[in-house]
Ligand binder design. Structure first.
Ligand SMILES: Nc1ncnc2c1ncn2[C@@H]1O[C@H](COP(=O)(O)OP(=O)(O)O)[C@@H](O)[C@H]1O
Ligand SMILES: [Mg+2]
Length: 308
């Protein structure tokens, strides 16, 4: 099967001389939800802009379902949907006209039933005759999404889809993304919100300073970098760890009131049973115990920090 998106050695240096992308390679398979995660200024919007034909690459090649984005521009553009980071709409058009017109731009025949379905899914149906200028910010974001879906794209880009949107829209959007995926649409979203990647993506790519520094299956990523943290709340504070506990990855915290143990979830035997037995033998008692798995956030912070 052809990848939905294939990017080879892509680079971009803006006219200012600033290099926003440096030799990016990336492949996304049909039907995947891929999250491109990176801090502000990492190059996410630049990358999307190139794939959508809004920004010219300085080097490298991009193909969408096997077609080159430069030589087969019309074809690739017609199967891409883009929800840009910034809202841009014709203020005096109605919602219905905005969406229908967008479909027409891609040379697709009229399909009122499809437009109706999109508007209903995005809770825009009762606003269909409203002029864009009369809509709230959240409703305008919904219109931007509807517009991107009007021509039934196979590859959908969501650039920072939930930056500054309300909880309800975020929930609707996530539901919509899952529904689209079920129909075979490939979705690439950029975000600097880890929860978004964690919630939605099958695979995660981390981009930092114009370089994709890691691409991995989300579950595998969490497993590989994931450390579990066991915290014991002690009955009696400890001034220091007994000598027999040294070199076992234990730490005292909170003025000796808590004992923290970081262990690798990949290890065959994390040694918790023996740790608890040894604590009992030393007569160190605890009143409470909790464990926590590191989130994508912790992983991301570690990754980006390691590069600077
Ligand atoms: N038109 C432009 N001219 C010069 N520099 C730009 C232009 N557009 C973006 N940049 C710079 O390129 C870098 C990447 O920007 P962008 O792709 O928007 O990042 P992101 O979407 O990850 O926040 C930023 O440092 C930004 O200032
Ligand atoms: Mg951006």
């Amino acid at each position: 099967m052809q990848p939905a998106l294939s990017i080879r050695n892509l680079s971009k240096t803006y006219a200012s001389g600033f290099t926003a992308l440096k030799g990016v390679d990336l492949e996304v398979q049909p039907g995947e939800i891929f999250a491109l995660l990176g801090p502000n200024g990492a190059g996410k919007t630049t990358l999307i802009g190139i794939v959508c034909g809004l920004v010219n690459a300085s080097g490298g090649a991009v193909s969408v379902h096997g077609d080159d984005i430069v030589t087969d521009y019309r074809k690739t553009r017609s199967i891409i949907g883009l929800v840009p980071q910034e809202v841009s709409l014709d203020a005096f058009e109605s919602v219905w006209a905005t969406i229908s017109y967008s479909r027409g731009l891609f040379g697709k025949s009229k399909n009122p039933a499809h437009i109706e379905k999109i508007l209903r899914t995005l809770s825009l149906w009762d606003k269909k005759d409203e002029k864009v200028i009369n809509l709230s910010g959240g409703m305008k974001r919904r219109v931007m999404i509807a517009k991107a879906l009007a021509h039934e794209p196979k590859l959908l880009f969501l650039d920072e889809p939930t930056a500054g949107v309300d909880v309800e829209l975020r929930r609707d959007m996530w539901a919509m993304v899952r529904e689209l995926r079920a129909t075979g649409v490939t979705i690439i979203l950029t975000t600097h919100y880890i929860e978004e990647a964690e919630e939605m993506a099958d695979r995660v790519g981390v981009i930092s300073k114009g370089e994709v520094i890691l691409v991995e299956d989300k579950v595998a990523l969490m497993r590989r970098f994931g450390k579990k943290r066991l915290e014991l709340e002690l009955v009696e504070p400890l001034a220091a760890l007994p000598a027999s506990f040294e070199g076992r990855g234990l730490e005292l915290a909170d003025d000796g009131r808590r004992l923290v143990y970081l262990y690798d979830t990949q290890a065959e035997r994390p040694g918790i049973t023996s740790l608890l037995a040894d604590l009992a033998a030393e007569n160190i008692r605890f009143r409470d115990l909790e464990t926590r798995q590191s989130s994508l956030e912790d992983i991301f912070v570690d990754l980006v920090r390691d590069r600077t």
